[in-house]
Write a protein that binds this ligand. Structure first.
Ligand code: NAP
Ligand code: GLV
Length: 306
C-alpha cells in the first residue's frame, strides 16, 4: 500500500515518521509532483495537481475538521473525503470558548487593567441568566462546546441544520429558526462549517438580532462574519466585544482594524489545533477499517459541503 502526505502549512516532514510507524506495511512519503500513484492521500490544503495526478486513490484524508479549502478544488468523483473526527480538537475548542465566555462575563480584562494600575476595586457581579450563550453549529465541536458552557450554568442555545436533543441546551434548527435563536442569545459562538449557506451569516441584520450588549466568538472561519458590519456594531456600542480566532485572510494582514480594536481579542487560528499523534492514530485506524471494508466516521458529504 502506498500513502502520500502533503500539507501547505503543517510541518510536513514531521508527519512522515509517525504515519510510517502507524502504517508499517505501507510505503509512506511526502507527495511531490510526479509521485507514483498512491492508495491514500493525507492532505491539508493540497494543490489541484495532487488530485489531478493521484488517480488511484481509495480515500482522501483531510488533516483538519473543516473541508472548505479542499472542497474548492476539483475532487475526483467517487473518492471519499474523510475529515478529522475530533482527534483531540473538541476539548481544545471547549477550553477556548469557555475561556472567552468567562473572560467576558467576569470582566477579567477590566480587572487585569485595574490591578496592573495598582487599583483594588470591585465591579457589580453580573447574573449569568443575562448572558445566554448561543452556539451556531452543533456538530463534533459545537456540541462539545455547548455542553461545556452549560456546565457553568449559563443558559445555552444551539442551532443546527437538523433537529437535536442535547441535555442543558435549547436546540433550534433550520434557517427559519435562526432569528429566534439569535434573539435568545447574547454571546454567539460560531462553529459552523463554511458553505455557501453559512458564508457571511453574521451580517449587520443578524448581529442586530442578538440581545443588547451582544458578544461574538468566531472560531470557525473568517468568512462567516461580515467584517465591516461587525466593526460598525462594535463602534456604535451595539456589541460589547468579539473574540476572533479566524479571519478571511490569514495571517491577519498588518494594519487590519481588528489588530488594535479595543473591543476585539485576536488569536492566530489556534483555538483547536490538529494534534499530530492523535490525528495519525485516527487516520491509520480508518485506513485499516477501509482495507477491511468496514464503515468509518467522518466521511464528508461533498454535495452538502461538510
Ligand atoms: P461538523 O461536525 O461538520 O458540524 C457542523 C454543524 O453545523 C452541524 O451541527 C450542522 O448541522 C451545522 N450546520 C451546517 N450547515 C448549517 C446550516 N446551513 N444551518 C444550520 N446549521 C448548519 O463540524 P465541526 O467538526 O463541529 O467543525 C465546525 C467548523 O469549525 C469546521 O468546519 C471548521 O471550519 C472549524 N474549525 C476551526 C478550528 C480552529 O482552530 N479555529 C479547528 C477546527 C475546526 P447538522 O448537525 O444538522 O448537520
Ligand atoms: C482547522 O481550522 C480545522 O478545520 O481543522
Amino acid at each position: 500500500m502506498r500513502v502520500v502526505y502533503f500539507s501547505a502549512d503543517q510541518d510536513a516532514a514531521a508527519w512522515i515518521p509517525g504515519l510510517q510507524a502507524a502504517l508499517p506495511n505501507a510505503d509512506v512519503s511526502l507527495w511531490e509532483p510526479g509521485a507514483p500513484a498512491a492508495d491514500y492521500a493525507v492532505v491539508w490544503k493540497p494543490p489541484q495537481q495532487l488530485l489531478d495526478e493521484q488517480t488511484q486513490l481509495k480515500a482522501l484524508f483531510n488533516t483538519g475538521a473543516g473541508v472548505d479549502a479542499l472542497l474548492k478544488l476539483k475532487l475526483p468523483v467517487s473518492v471519499p473525503v474523510i475529515r478529522l473526527d475530533d482527534a483531540g480538537m473538541s476539548v481544545q475548542m471547549a477550553e477556548y470558548v469557555c475561556h472567552a465566555v468567562i473572560r467576558h462575563f467576569r470582566e477579567f480584562d477590566a480587572y487585569e487593567a485595574d490591578t496592573r494600575g495598582g487599583k483594588w476595586s470591585f465591579r457589580k457581579p453580573r447574573s449569568r441568566i443575562d448572558f445566554p450563550v448561543g452556539v451556531l453549529g452543533l456538530g463534533v465541536l459545537g456540541e462539545r462546546v455547548a455542553r461545556a458552557v452549560a456546565q457553568f450554568d449559563f443558559p445555552v442555545n444551539g442551532w443546527s441544520q437538523s433537529a437535536k436533543t442535547i441535555a442543558g441546551v435549547r436546540c433550534f434548527h433550520g434557517a427559519d429558526k435562526l432569528d429566534t435563536f439569535l434573539a435568545a442569545t447574547r454571546i454567539v459562538v460560531c462553529l459552523l462549517p463554511l458553505t455557501p449557506d453559512t458564508e457571511n451569516l453574521l451580517n449587520a441584520q443578524r448581529l442586530a438580532r442578538l440581545r443588547p450588549g451582544g458578544y461574538v466568538i468566531n472560531v470557525a472561519r473568517g468568512a462567516h462574519v461580515v467584517d465591516a458590519d461587525l466593526l460598525a456594531a462594535l463602534d456604535s456600542g451595539q456589541l460589547a466585544g468579539a473574540t476572533l480566532d479566524v479571519f478571511r485572510v490569514e495571517p491577519l494582514p498588518k494594519g487590519h482594524p481588528y489588530w488594535t480594536h479595543p473591543k476585539v481579542i485576536v488569536t492566530p487560528h489556534t483555538s483547536a489545533r490538529t494534534l499530530r499523534s492523535e490525528s495519525i492514530a485516527q487516520i491509520a485506524r480508518k485506513i485499516a477499517a477501509l482495507e477491511c471494508g468496514e464503515p468509518i466516521a467522518g466521511v464528508v458529504d461533498v454535495a452538502r459541503g461538510y
